[in-house]
Design a protein around this ligand. Structure first.
Ligand code: NAP
Length: 252
């Protein structure tokens, strides 16, 4: 891969202030992109991510917006385009996790999870797609999960939302391909981030035991795949979901 695969490009990473999104932000900046970092509420983490990009010599802004709110998304995209320029590279990463038995699963949990993990991804994509079509260039990576591919009795809304991400990715990849817009997804297994706060150590140990590589993953191991899918190294790929999970799931 060239040293600057994203030179001259503008990127938006939703949920870019922490965890996997933050690792994607740094890979994009190292690759030469200017980066807009979306987040929901943690101003300090977003400011740190902006500083990290500036240290790498690229422009960066933080944009606070809940991706599940249509008006907030419209304002966010207008802000990015005004401050950095038209968006070429989109990482739809922002997401929340639900972890509870079905007896505690409520309509509220279902709606919150689907609104952020799936409707949010639709709203942000719809906010950028017309510009990408007009410029005949776009690269989109959506954050799925291996929960889309296996039963998850303790994460029913989450696994449904991530299966939706895989289907959405395939459909829009097909719809947008004629406009030089490639759309792919990444499906990570367990990755060490703050999203796991509600999950017991015992549950994590059980997952590690069921993983051939006997460990959980690091955010940068996911960001490496995102970088690949955004770059020309994956020039003949669209509509695909790449799994990174230490062998816990093997597809096809
Ligand atoms: P994380 O460490 O909890 O970070 C979540 C990020 O998303 C933060 O920047 C957060 O901003 C932002 N965010 C949350 N809700 C948002 C909303 N409604 N609007 C805008 N931003 C929002 O999570 P992560 O583990 O890096 O997960 C990132 C993505 O990877 C998610 O889609 C997740 O489902 C997926 N994933 C994670 C794992 C894993 O094991 N970690 C595995 C598979 C897939 P604030 O800090 O301001 O709240």
């Amino acid at each position: 891969m060239s040293d600057s695969p994203f030179s001259g490009r503008i990127a938006l990473v939703t949920g870019g202030s922490r965890g996997i999104g933050r690792a994607c932000v740094e890979r994009l900046a190292r690759g030469g992109a200017d980066v807009a970092i979306n987040y929901r509420s943690n101003d300090a983490a977003a400011a740190e991510a902006v500083e990290a990009v500036k240290q790498l010599g690229r422009r960066a802004i933080a944009v606070r917006a809940d991706v599940s709110q249509a008006d907030a998304v419209t304002t966010m995209i207008a802000t990015v385009e005004r401050d950095l320029g038209p968006i070429d590279l989109l990482v739809n990463n922002a997401g929340v996790f639900d972890y509870a038995p079905h007896t505690e699963m409520t309509l509220d949990v279902w709606q919150r999870t689907l609104n952020i993990n799936l409707t949010g991804l639709f709203l942000v994509t719809w906010g950028v797609k017309d510009g990408m079509i007009a410029r005949n260039f776009g690269r989109i990576v959506n954050m799925a999960s291996i929960s889309a591919l296996q039963p998850r009795p303790l994460s029913i809304a989450y696994s449904a939302s991530k299966a939706g991400v895989v289907g959405f990715t395939r459909s829009i990849a097909s719809a947008f391909a004629a406009h030089n817009i490639r759309v792919n997804a990444v499906a990570p297994g367990l990755i060490e981030t703050e999203i796991l706060e509600g999950v017991s150590q015992q549950a994590i140990d059980k997952i590690v035991d069921a993983t051939p590589m006997k460990r959980i993953g690091q955010p940068d191991e996911v960001a490496a795949l995102v970088q690949f899918l955004l770059s020309d190294e994956s020039s003949f790929m669209t509509g695909q979901t790449l799994v990174t999970c230490g062998g816990r799931v093997m597809v096809p």
